[in-house]
Ligand binder design. Structure first.
Ligand code: ASP
Ligand code: MG
Length: 469
């Protein structure tokens, strides 16, 4: 039994959906139990969200145009993929009703002049509800038995709209009750990625890019033999191939390595995808639906054979370095605690932390759009320390990047940090701050954004990560 998740570009148009059907059919010849999870067609979620935000600002045009464009996009796919006219009519009606609902929600926001988060989730998740119906119909047209299912009936989440967390116990019960009987009969369920519902049945989303996570959730709930994420790249690579020409695919990595990589900017996989899979030891494959014969990357408990001391180098941009400093900070307890609880209360994500041992500054990284909010929250939380001059400055520096070098071999091989930093120094790149996770799976450091390409290329070269000639 397996779960196959197809991302936005893998369902991007009729041609891509036809390829999806070919892939599923081929797998079906040897495995009759396949659950498919789909994203919205590429670009759709962005369009839906932009429509909602514009509507609240008084601009209904975006929603009106999006509605027409989305109807056209999905109808074109249907006419190409589903020959049966009565099936077509049924799908058109379903799509119209979903888009009607979308239009009404946007209109509601237009009248309110604001974007209620739960209404935003109802809008954001419409793309998956559209695509799942088309994919299931395509599989039927190709001779498989298939049914579209909304994950609102399966994935039970909390009410943290926009970034909801699933309750795996409830979800597993639902998945077993609803999907197992279908799978046993050889029916291919096509489930919407990205969405779930609260206990009361209100639709939620799992965060942008969350369909990967859905793939992991269904894989674990079904105790699948494997999960395959079908995307548009050949798996995890040693570096971003746009930056480093000879970057290569990593055939095998461990759950922890993959988690570090996805957390540190490799956009291949939603970082939460592995959470449900790793404890169940279910292997996850990343494969390219544009190049289905490429083996891609296998992610499991094993790190696998590898000929270098590092697995990969990634970078994150659009981040800011927040520094709290003051000569009176030394030995004053509680500054770090206050700082991070203030940041946590604001729901701001901290990407990296570093403190110098002289203790007169504490710095950490947040996403740039959250930098101002971070400073405001800190000024308030640390008012007393300011007053006593224990703290003198809170500043946020933009235009920086985190570089992370990842690999399990770091644990055993001494001198890796030295080689990383000498490579970076020889490339003439200045290092602003450094951190190493105690898991010893990654060394991460902060540099100027303009230096990313040089630093990554120099490290890639030094560790011989490139493709053998
Ligand atoms: N369609 C959603 C998004 O664009 C979820 C996904 O594709 O993973 O964020
Ligand atoms: Mg995606």
């Amino acid at each position: 039994m397996q779960v196959m998740k197809f991302g936005g570009t893998s369902v991007g148009n009729a041609e891509r959906i036809a390829e999806l059907a070919r892939i599923v059919k081929e797998a079906y010849t040897t495995d009759k139990q396949i659950a498919v999870v789909v994203s919205a067609m590429s670009g759709v979620t962005n369009q839906l969200l932009a429509s909602a935000h514009d509507a609240a600002k008084g601009k209904m045009d975006t929603a009106i145009a999006a509605r027409a464009a989305l109807a056209d996009k999905h109808r074109t796919a249907i006419t190409t993929l589903v020959p049966d006219v009565s099936e077509q009519e049924k799908l058109f009606a379903e799509i119209d009703s979903l888009l009607d609902h979308f239009g009404k929600l946007c209109y509601g926001m237009h009248i309110l002049g604001e974007v209620p988060i739960r209404a935003l989730d109802a809008i954001a998740g419409s793309g998956e509800r559209l695509s799942a119906r088309i994919v299931a119909a395509t599989l039927r047209a190709q001779g498989l038995r298939s049914r579209a299912i909304d994950a609102t009936e399966l994935v039970v989440t909390d009410d943290n709209f926009g970034d909801a967390t699933p309750d795996m116990i409830e979800t597993t019960l639902n998945v077993k009750a609803r999907l197992m009987p279908l799978l046993k009969e050889g029916v291919v369920p096509v489930v919407t990625g990205y969405i779930g519902a609260t206990k009361d049945g209100v639709m939620t989303t799992l965060g942008r890019g969350g369909s990967d996570y859905s793939g992991g959730i269904f894989g674990a709930a079904l105790m699948a033999d494997q999960v395959i994420i079908w995307t548009d790249v050949n798996g995890f690579m040693t570096a971003d191939p746009n930056t480093v020409k000879n970057a290569r695919t990593i055939p095998e990595i461990s759950y922890s390595e993959a988690a570090e990589l996805s957390y540190y900017g490799a956009k291949v996989l939603h970082p939460k995808t592995l959470l449900p899979l790793a404890p169940a030891k279910i292997p996850l494959y990343i494969k390219n639906s544009f190049q289905p014969d490429h083996p891609g990357t296998r992610i499991s408990s094993q790190s696998g054979e590898w000929d270098a001391d590092l697995k990969a180098i990634t970078s994150i941009k659009n981040i800011s370095l927040v520094t709290i400093s003051g000569s009176g900070m030394m030995g004053v307890p509680g500054i770090a605690a206050k700082t991070f609880s203030a940041v946590a209360t604001q729901n701001i994500n901290v990407l990296m932390i570093s403190q110098s041992s002289s203790e007169n500054n504490l710095c950490f990284i947040v996403n740039t759009p959250e930098a101002e909010r971070t400073k405001t929250a800190l000024r308030k939380a640390l008012e007393v320390e300011f007053h006593h001059r224990h703290i003198e400055h809170i500043v946020a520096q933009d235009g920086i990047a985190i570089i992370a070098a990842v690999g399990e071999k770091m644990k055993g091989v001494p001198g890796i940090a030295a080689r990383v930093f000498s490579a970076v120094a020889e490339a003439g790149v200045n290092v602003i701050a450094i951190a190493q996770g105690s898991s010893e799976l990654n060394i991460s450091f902060v540099i100027g954004e303009k230096d990313i390409a040089q630093a990554v290329a120099a490290m890639h070269e030094r560790f011989n990560l490139g493709r053998a000639e």
